[in-house]
Design a protein around this ligand. Structure first.
Ligand code: HEC
Ligand code: HEC
Length: 370
């Protein structure tokens, strides 16, 4: 392992603090934006008219049975496609925080508990969930048939009256998914630093604040955040227990990954199901291979940290009001209550006030609008 320090002065006497190993690891967080392929399970992925239809439907309360809310009511485009509520307010207060819908194309799992293995299924669930938009397949078909979207819908998917209500539901979700795939965050100050390192331009790289560089060093090193928050999205997109309490009340828990698997394994809307448009069923091995185990209780999907400064509050239940509270949680984590998987990876970090501030400085540079 190389520990050579690359220290180069710029005009302002700022320097690049990272070792060669740290630089190597930093390059793995890019390039950004990633190059993406159309979703083979969605035949209207990347189709301009489907994207426009999906964007319009996303903002329209027509997608709830009584016009009570649109997707955008919870996933507000003005608020990074989430809201500032700790837990989403549907017809009742839901158990979970609303995730931001940015950078979702091409993931293996969706939802905090991974109840979907593709983006159109994740877009379909809220339309028919009783606690959210509460449509039936029939009421959705009637609503779209009578709406101003009928022409665009038929241009994209063919004559609606020839479609079974279930197909109308799936088509609606595929238009929404085609739209969601286009929501990609911009390159950030961090990406500028990373790209400068890749070019070997240490003068440019030295413009990246030293506090953020120290935070990055902690993220890669003693904090071991990179174990789960890795790759260009800063997420392995897998499930872990990060020590967030998952009791809903004295008697019930949020089952996390365990509950997500129950829904996934009984869903018709998976990559292995008839509604996928991909004859090769790419990616379906994942759902075929999953098995439930007791340790799935209380595990949640690692969130992406791109744009994280814009999406407080944090965690699956909105437990922490700001980034400082999240870092203090990792700093003081009680490993006694973690599952086996977390115990091996997470440790009580006992960070100094300076280290907490440095980690926050780093996380803020993952947003284009801090
Ligand atoms: C009542 C608030 C609410 C409404 C309305 C709503 N959502 Fe969500 N959305 C949530 C919550 C909460 C989650 C997390 C659910 C989970 O973990 O299972 C979520 C999760 C998602 C995800 C998965 C994101 C990820 O990171 O995996 C997608 C995609 C999504 N919603 C799309 C939509 C679309 C499309 C609509 C409209 C048809 C919609 N949502 C309507 C609250 C809402
Ligand atoms: C064992 C894997 C793992 C490690 C290591 C880890 N995290 Fe996380 N992180 C997660 C998971 C899982 C969640 C969501 C937990 C939940 O909602 O219950 C999360 C949530 C977060 C969030 C909130 C994001 C949001 O949108 O709600 C932030 C910020 C964060 N982690 C930063 C860090 C930092 C900084 C470190 C290092 C000190 C770190 N994580 C270490 C898995 C991990």
């Amino acid at each position: 392992m190389s520990v050579a320090l690359v220290v180069l002065a710029s005009a302002a006497n700022a320097e690049v603090l990272l070792s060669e190993d740290e630089i190597e690891q930093t390059l793995s967080f890019g390039p950004w934006p990633p190059s993406l392929q159309p979703d083979p399970s969605n035949r209207v992925s990347n189709d301009a008219s489907a994207i426009a239809l999906g964007a319009a439907l996303f903002n329209d309360p027509l997608l709830s049975v009584d016009g009570a809310f649109a997707c955008a009511s919870c996933h507000d485009p003005e608020q990074a496609f989430t809201t500032t509520e700790a837990r989403a307010l549907g017809r009742v207060l839901l158990d979970r925080n609303t995730p931001s819908l940015r950078n979702l194309a091409g993931l293996r799992w969706y939802g905090w508990g991974g109840k979907s293995d593709n983006l159109w299924a994740a877009s379909l669930h809220p339309i028919i969930a009783d606690e959210e938009m509460a449509h039936s397949k029939e009421s959705l078909k009637a609503a779209i048939s009578d709406s101003p979207y009928i022409n665009d819908f038929e241009k994209t998917f063919g004559e609606i009256q020839k479609q079974d209500p279930e197909l109308v539901l799936v088509n609606t979700a595929k238009a929404l998914s085609a739209f969601l795939e286009t929501i990609i965050t911009e390159a950030t100050q961090f990406d500028g630093f990373r790209d400068a390192l890749e070019r070997g331009d240490f003068v440019e790289a030295a413009n990246y604040p030293e506090a953020a560089q120290r935070g990055l060093q902690l993220f890669l090193g003693r904090g071991n955040c990179v174990f789960c928050h890795n790759g260009p999205r800063f997420s392995n997109n897998e499930f872990h227990d990060a020590g967030v309490p998952y009791f809903l009340n004295e008697a019930e828990v949020d089952e996390g990954r365990f509950g997500g698997l129950n829904i996934l394994l009984s869903s018709e809307f998976t990559l292995d199901g008839d509604w996928s448009d991909d004859p090769d069923k790419q990616g379906a091995w994942a759902v075929r291979g999953v098995r439930r185990s007791h340790s799935d209780f209380g595990m949640f999907r690692t969130p992406s940290l791109r744009g994280v400064a814009e999406t407080a509050p944090y965690m699956h239940n909105g437990n922490f009001i700001d980034l400082e509270a999240v870092i203090r949680h990792y700093s003081e984590i009680d490993i006694e209550r973690l599952h086996a998987d977390g115990e091996d990876i997470l440790a009580k970090l006992s960070l100094s006030e300076q280290e907490i501030a440095d980690l926050i400085s780093f996380l803020v540079t993952l947003s284009s609008k801090p």
